[in-house]
Design a protein. Structure first.
Length: 37
């Protein structure tokens, strides 16, 4: 397996994780606004 192929997959996976985390945080922020602790 070449270095660049691994890098591409790693970058792609990292982007997906960041996207997912961002969505979850956004969801919690919205919930927090509606239901203050």
């Amino acid at each position: 397996m070449s270095e660049s192929a691994f890098d591409d997959r790693f970058v792609h996976a990292t982007k997906n994780i960041v996207d997912f985390t961002y969505q979850v945080i956004k969801k919690f922020k919205l919930m927090g606004d509606h239901y203050p602790m």
